[in-house]
Ligand binder design. Sequence first.
Ligand code: F6P
Length: 530
Amino acid sequence: MTTLPPTASSAPDPLLHANRLAAASLNTLFSTDAARAQRFSLRACAMLFDYSKQHLDEAARQALLDWANETHLTAKTRELFDGLPVNPSEGRAALHMLCRAPASSMGMFGASAQARLSEFCQQREAMLQLARQIRDRELVSASGLPLDQMVHVGIGGSDLGPAMVVQALQHEHTGPEVRFLSNVDGAALEHTLRGLNARRTLLAITSKTFTTLETMLNARAIIDWMAQESGCTVAQIIASQVVGITASPSTAAEFGIPANRTLCFDTTVGGRFSLWSSVGLPIAVALGPEQFEALLAGAHSVDQHVLSTKGSENLPLMMALIGCWNATFMQRRSQAVVPYAQALARLPAYLQQLEMESNGKSVEVDGTPAQSTCPVIWGEPGTNGQHAFFQMLHQGTDVIPVDFIAAREARHPFTEHHRWLLANCLAQSRALMVGADAQDPHKRILGNRPSTTLLMPRLDAHALGALIAAYEFKVIYQAMLWGINPFDQWAVELGKSIARDVETALRAPASAHGLDGSTALLLSAIHSNS
Ligand code: F6P
């Protein structure tokens, strides 16, 4: 990636077009092209993707597509599906697509990946079988009672995906209540346990490494609580009321979890790409195996789409190119995601990890500096956002592109509510573009602010699976374009290491040395009453 801003002769074409279109008017782009909306939108994977409210014209779009071709995205996508080590810093493939691949889809994958498909299918079936047992209350607690309440402990990719999906498809919730606990904050633990019956509670511990501090501390606290409340031993609780979900079964075994209560997934499945794997147990328990399989099918349809569709008809590719257009070439370093569906309230948080833990990188795969990679991803559902941050989106000093997401059909009987929800979604996208003139500068809204709209038919499992997989490939395509590795996350280890030193200092003040003055000041304030 060329260092920005390059000299005119070395600039990649998209940057030349960005400089040309920096002051372009969306209103003018529409007024001079009656077919603009049709020409800058696409239908794929059962979704309508309208990107006509972006500062793009044919030449700029072609320059972006040429950039994708020059970056050999088709060949790199083939490497991904062939199971090559696309995660070079960890020497791994990225095979999360296999988690959602039916056994019959062998032909989509290359030899290295094909060799793993049957194992992935076995892991999936083991998870679904356990989900059925839990839903049918076949599991019995150490106290001899049916396990009909579930607590799920995990964090990051071991929480965000399952929790987001269970909330998004809440209208399909036919199984036991599943409570998600992720934060190490004891208030979250206390809230999770409130009202639970220890004698009827199943604890699912999800951790790819089975070492994450928050997860292990929460898991042990819940096990201790269950033992105390039920009068059973910890060993009895772990033997009958705990399930482990991990890529490190040996560590789960050291924890004491029986092999027949341990669900595995492969190390080639990244945490933020793992909801399709055994990590999806809470989804299958809450919604049922059929809903989980519909979710997988939706995602698999995107796998098929990206392998068979090129250029401007490739939905995730266009999502990726528009994201790069705004973040890298137009230097718009913030990106809002506003789902007009309260059930998708956790989608922005899920996408924060998917996008920013994948592409929040400043070094290319070859070790050279990268420039202007992932922007800040944030958001909240509409219409609530209109009463919180849309003032800034309309009249702030920064141009912040918005991804609007909506479902044409409601999953509830309140038709007037849904009509107003959709009306507000379309209105906000239009208002950002057209603005409003006024003599009073305080009331003048300049408009010309870009957005895209993804319209799903309805918020069901298949559509949600497709939406999530589309964003996954958007992220992976962007990494290919930026020349970075989306599958590692080395920076997360530093804070964990320092936290161990600070925790020691909190326990034993005398050990607080070698820390900076600010940390020392804060530690002393915590120790004293001042
Ligand atoms: O945030 C760092 C991270 O390693 C994520 O990549 C991962 O999803 C999360 O922590 C939890 O890790 P584990 O699943 O190993 O507990």
